[in-house]
Design a protein around this ligand. Sequence first.
Ligand SMILES: Nc1nc2c(ncn2[C@@H]2O[C@H](COP(=O)(O)OP(=O)(O)OP(=O)(O)O)[C@@H](O)[C@H]2O)c(=O)[nH]1
Ligand SMILES: [Mg+2]
Ligand SMILES: [Zn+2]
Length: 328
Amino acid sequence: MKLLNQLGWRHYASKQSTMIDKARLGRVRRVDRGEVDVLTEEGELRVASDSQRTTIDLAPATGDWITVVDDPDIGFRIETILPRYSSISRRDPAEQEKEQVLVSNADFVGITCSVDRPANIAKVERFLILAQNSDAVPLLLLTKVDQGISEDWNQLQQEIKEIIIIHTSSFTGAGINEVRELLSPDKTLVLLGESGVGKSTLVNELVGETIQQTTEVRSRDNKGRHTTIARELMLIPSGGILIDTPGIRGIGLWDAKEALNKVFFEISEVASYCRFSNCTHQVEPDCAILAAIQQKEIDPQRFERYLRLVEELDEQEERLTLQRRKAK
Ligand SMILES: Nc1nc2c(ncn2[C@@H]2O[C@H](COP(=O)(O)OP(=O)(O)OP(=O)(O)O)[C@@H](O)[C@H]2O)c(=O)[nH]1
Ligand SMILES: [Mg+2]
Ligand SMILES: [Zn+2]
């Protein structure tokens, strides 16, 4: 049981009531086409996940708890994927209207941004919605703080509310213990962010060993070179589980209206006082939002960003409805 507990099994089982034969239990470390690497008490197994040949209908994701069977024909294969207590999903970049689960059973989503690049509040808000939508707790991990923190980053930190912010530097060691303490003994943190922000360097620092490859950023604009190419799970020796991910440029949100309203809670709260329940907050009489903007209670720029996201999610919903209707 030792390894399974290090992988967070006790923590998982405290959230779900499961009767599982632990001999066949494992956590997905990495997903490849048709096969996954699974950490089990007997070591790492290469397990087939070809959905055609198994009874599972879900595609496995890094972080999943699964049971494995030894099939006489094809060897090890996934038998079941246990229910996920959180799943980070986005719109599949390959297919417009389809959900793609990036990672499951994470306790924290580390939105990783490096302070050597301009602060972009709209981007951070998108990541916050993604995190909020996953049922994991968002963290803002500011990396490379040894480079100094500019005024735009200071302002951004004031604008995002009720989010844990940790300043880290893989060079000075700042923040490393803070992250370790948060995860110990068996919580899972997934690192998400653009290429080159230092996710893998942070992983190496937290683990205390160079297990992930890292590459210098371009000197022109501090952008990364997409060094990490797979989502992979690893253990911190002092306790806790990390999932490193490839750098992502943008994220398509998926079915995230509720999460949007949580991230922009002050706006959705005020909107409930508009006279019309379908108020667009542009021209309607007795619009509580327009009044709040005039009273300087709502920041008009933040409201603009909110509106753009509402539009995006509305359009997505429409496309999905259309697609479903066509499929019938
Ligand atoms: N100054 C400074 N540089 C850092 C720090 N952390 C990482 N770097 C540098 O940033 C560069 C990119 O780091 P990576 O860890 O490869 O970035 P990544 O986010 O994993 O990038 P992808 O795998 O492409 O998504 C490397 O040259 C690191 O040395 C830090 O705390 N301070
Ligand atoms: Mg990396
Ligand atoms: Zn209104």
